[in-house]
Design a protein around this ligand. Structure first.
Ligand code: ATP
Ligand code: FE
Length: 371
């Protein structure tokens, strides 16, 4: 099988061509980082326009680099949720046009399932059941993957995701926002003293696997204010004392943000092993999983439980088309796909988009155990 994957759920326009053998034939990402830096966040209408401007080119480039044409494809996979519906629509419309023109089956993909399943492309020994911690800009999920399409949600965030906390901290510290905040904080934190500020670890009193990052964000903001750090002064222009104070905040924030992940993973591993004692792996994926400190700390956690950590390479952790194509292959192989759309489909058709789309059922026993 050769599958084209298309991803437009948030601020990256991505496409890739992947073979069912796991060979990545091409991977193209066009990011809206410049727009984000200028406007300080994702504005749906602007993001939609940016996707529309580049989508044709991104897909053509993916096909060219893979040295295939549409007629060589077995199917088209496209993210249908969760995400911004205006943005999802751009990818889905394009996917449907290709599928109807070339009579190709279509696979609608869950963005977070794709973040998790791409781990099976890079680690061929990774079999169900396994656990996954999915950490990105909009999600903070702990799941037990029992089988393809069969997930139990052990924990989620009750407010913000960790990536959002990285991004805000970076903004308040005056870091270069032309790329996302996460890598900038990771880099600056290397210069800082992670023990210098004792932020409190979120949700200590809640004996469950849920997350919260809003409170930590507030603690960070207060620390920045009390040290009179001025985000208007870019870090590159800061005095050496100012710089080291910012680095201390970055390092202290990162330590606690990741400690929160570690604590929740510890508990989730216990829960998951109760349900599925044969689990061998914890997958960590999503943009924040490209962070080396995160990987190292979670590496220690899994070791204690004799599990193995599976982390995709950074380019497959952040949003990409490969994960969509691969998840398409997984579903297609199991006969889960839609027939090619009709050629005379109206332009203003309401597509089956799922902007809000939970991944799996909530783990009910977790709630009673948490009491
Ligand atoms: P979602 O997957 O929830 O829809 P998204 O698709 O916008 O969100 P991803 O591309 O999966 O997000 O991840 C982007 C997030 O990952 C951003 O918040 C970014 O700051 C964060 N991130 C990227 N690299 C790193 C890093 N090295 N350290 C920490 N965070 C990082
Ligand atoms: Fe994502």
């Amino acid at each position: 099988l050769v599958v084209l994957g298309i991803e437009t759920s948030c601020d990256d326009t991505a496409a890739a061509v992947v073979r069912s053998s796991g060979e990545i034939l091409s991977q193209v990402v066009s990011s809206q980082a410049d727009l984000l830096a200028r406007y300080g966040g994702v504005a749906p209408k602007m993001a939609e326009e940016a996707h529309s401007r580049v989508i044709d080119q991104v897909i053509q480039e993916a096909l060219d680099k893979a040295n295939v044409s549409e007629t060589d494809l077995s199917a088209v996979a496209v993210t249908i949720g969760p995400g911004l519906s205006l943005c999802l629509r751009v990818g889905v419309r394009k996917a449907r046009r290709i599928a109807s023109s070339f009579n190709l089956p279509m696979v609608g993909i869950h963005h977070m399932e794709a973040h998790a399943l791409v781990a099976r492309l890079i680690e061929r020994q990774l079999r169900f059941p396994f656990m996954a911690l999915l950490i990105s800009g909009g999600h903070n999920l702990l799941i037990l993957a029992q089988d393809l399409g069969q997930y139990i949600q052990l924990g989620t965030t009750i407010d913000d995701a960790i990536g959002e906390a990285y991004d805000k901290t970076a903004k308040w510290l005056g870091l270069d926002m032309r790329r996302s905040g996460g890598p900038a904080i990771e880099e600056l934190a290397r210069e800082g003293d992670a023990e210098s500020i004792k932020f409190s670890i979120p949700m200590k009193q809640h004996k469950d696997c849920n997350f919260s990052y809003a409170g930590l964000k507030t603690q960070v903001r207060l620390a920045i204010e009390s040290r009179k750090i001025n985000a208007e002064i870019p870090i590159s222009c800061a005095s050496s004392q100012d710089r080291s104070s910012r680095a201390d905040i970055a390092a202290s924030f990162q330590r606690v943000a990741v400690l929160h992940l570690e604590e929740r993973c510890e508990r989730a591993i216990e829960w998951a092993l109760n349900i599925e004692p044969s689990i061998k792996h914890l997958v960590v994926s999503g943009g924040v999983a490209s962070n080396e400190y995160v990987r190292a700390r979670l590496g220690h956690v899994v070791k204690k439980h004799s599990l193995q950590l599976v982390c995709p390479p950074p380019s497959l952790c952040t949003d990409n088309g490969v994960m969509v194509a691969w998840t398409g292959i997984e579903h297609f192989r199991m006969g889960r796909f839609d027939p090619p759309p009709p050629a005379d489909e109206p332009e203003d058709l309401m597509y089956d988009l799922r902007p809000r789309w939970p991944l799996g059922e909530e783990y009910a026993e977790g709630r009673s155990e948490a009491r």
